[in-house]
Design a protein around this ligand. Structure first.
Ligand SMILES: Cc1ncc(COP(=O)(O)O)c(C=O)c1O
Length: 401
């Protein structure tokens, strides 16, 4: 039977995402593919204790529907948590969402008609690209360097367009896939560049808490917390990288008008986010368990990053370049010109190592001379072995062995 599927499901990046999820869970592989936390790091014991000590009325509430905007005590806890990051929780409103990907999807539904322009970084988080494609957006990528989006490129892109883009989507802190963090100067310059253009900034801050060094925490300051400008900023965050993606818990912070429209859209999507997960997450925050758990996570991820960087230095041919991330989950590698990461992938998968190719994160699904290694979910003892195999595949493609 030939099904008459809608245009909406034929997104270029959707197949990439499906493949990525599959590769991430392949048991016999060493997988640098999925950007997910490590199973052994989840706060299983703490969540056990929280659920077991809940009073009966809250246990019952776990099973119930809740308000579309979110479980009110969680919103209160989130306000405290976001206020510490300098975010404007008095003038703006929080909408709890089913993962922050849902927040991105809601914002896209709220603003984007088929053919409207969305600006993104290039490379860009593939989950967001899939959402934007699904709604028929014309995605225009702007290159980044080690300090963030390149302002001159952004300005010339905006000047070259015949319509005002609906928004610019960015991940300023511990970028997925590029691993970079925007410098404070670049964050300010971006606001200056957007000022007066009418382009909304969609700031995705899913990795904000995952800095490796306490004295670099200041770098994670959200753009939405910068001194007031005329730029409208919608901020999104997630519990996925700090408690676990199984919670499917995210949120957005936006002006009351945008919040109202978003709440209506969410009502139609899933009525509310799971009360079960919201209640557990709220207790985690309220009981002050997050800070010590985050210290533990940061150490674990910093250790994995160290092992990965050392292994790359040991085995990877010196024609390949990479960044050393200050936080988050990812290292982004750049190959010599004309070498495709897809060719390397084909070699490396035969030997049992997977990663994500560069073209997956390219808004036009073309540029492939880069690739992403996620160190977050690889057992420490497998990292060096995985890099050795991968480097062997790279050398083979480069004709070095
Ligand atoms: C940059 C970025 N934003 C958002 C998300 C989605 O997070 P969530 O699980 O909250 O939907 C991810 C997940 O990989 C991500 O890397």
């Amino acid at each position: 039977m030939e099904y008459l599927f809608s245009h909406m499901v034929n997104s270029m990046h959707a197949e990439d995402v499906k493949l990525l999820m599959k590769q991430s869970s392949g048991k016999s592989m060493i997988s640098f593919a999925g950007g997910m936390p490590n199973n052994d790091l989840f706060p299983v014991k703490q969540i056990d204790e929280i659920y077991n000590s809940l009073p009966d009325n809250l246990k019952k509430l776990c099973f119930q529907y809740g308000p579309t905007s979110g479980f009110p005590p969680l919103i209160k806890s989130l306000e405290k948590y976001l206020e510490k990051k300098g975010l404007p929780i008095k003038s703006d409103k929080i909408l709890v969402t089913t993962g922050s990907l849902q927040a991105i999807s809601i914002i896209t539904q709220a603003f984007v008609n088929k053919g409207d322009i969305i600006l993104t970084e290039s490379p860009c988080f593939v989950g967001a690209l899939t959402v934007f494609e699904t709604y028929g957006a014309d995605i225009q990528g702007v290159p980044i360097d080690e300090n963030g989006i390149i302002i001159s490129e952004l300005k010339s892109k905006i000047d070259s367009l015949d319509k005002i883009p609906k928004f610019l989507y960015i991940t300023p802190n511990y970028h997925n896939p590029a691993g970079i963090i925007y410098s404070p100067e670049r964050k300010k310059a971006l606001l200056d560049a957007l000022s007066g253009t009418g382009i909304i900034l969609l700031e995705d801050d899913a990795y904000n808490d995952l800095y490796f060094k306490e004295d670099e925490k200041y770098l994670t300051k959200p753009i939405k917390s910068y001194e007031s400008t005329d730029v409208e900023i919608i901020y999104t965050g997630s519990f996925s990288k700090i408690l676990g993606p199984g919670f499917r818990l995210g949120y957005m912070l936006a002006s009351p008008e945008i919040f109202d429209k978003s709440e209506t859209i969410k009502q139609a999507l899933d009525a509310c986010t799971s009360n079960f997960n919201q209640i557990l997450a709220n207790e985690f925050l309220k009981q002050g368990k997050l800070d010590s758990y985050l210290d533990f996570l940061r150490n674990e991820y910093a250790e994995r990053k160290e092992i990965l960087i050392k292994s790359l230095e040991k085995f990877m041919p010196n024609k390949v370049m990479w960044n050393e991330p200050k936080g988050g989950f990812y290292v982004w590698l750049t190959l010599p010109k004309n070498i495709n990461s897809t060719t390397i992938f084909k070699e490396s998968v035969k030997k049992g190592v997977v990663f994500v190719t560069g073209r997956t994160f390219d808004p036009k699904s073309k540029k492939d001379d880069c690739f992403r290694l996620a160190f977050s979910n690889v057992p420490k003892e497998d990292i060096e072995k995985g890099v050795k195999i991968l480097s062997g595949a790279v050398k083979k493609v480069l004709g070095e062995n």
